[in-house]
Design a protein. Structure first.
Length: 116
């Protein structure tokens, strides 16, 4: 059953070159995957560090609020509504009347042209 079997390979140099190129690409992919794993680990570590810093900041802000004197400023400001500063999009009445008369004149001229 253990017979030796020989197979002829055409252009063995090209086959060997293709095999080595494929192996090199696989090694490159594995290296990229390892770099990605390192980046993910760094990201997680930085995220945890940031979360700890944010918790510490939250604690410090809470302590600061307790140390500051009480103020009614927020309540006073909360009742004031901001004024709306909106520019007029439409011209004044006089300008509107002028525009309407000009539109009527243009429409008359168009109707004259259509009748001709």
């Amino acid at each position: 059953m253990s017979e030796k079997l020989f197979v002829g390979i055409y252009e063995p140099v090209d086959v060997r070159r293709n095999l080595l190129e494929a192996s090199r690409e696989v090694v490159g992919s594995l290296q990229s995957y390892e770099k990605l794993g390192v980046l993910r680990a760094n990201k997680l570590r930085n995220f945890e560090e940031m979360r700890k810093i944010m918790q510490e900041l939250d604690l410090l802000v809470t302590k600061l609020k307790t140390k500051l004197p009480k103020s009614q400023l927020r309540k006073a400001l909360g009742n004031v509504k901001p004024q709306k500063t909106r520019e007029r999009l439409l011209p004044k009445n006089v300008d509107m009347q002028k525009l309407e008369s000009e539109i009527r004149n243009i429409e008359r001229e168009f109707s004259k042209i259509k009748l001709s």
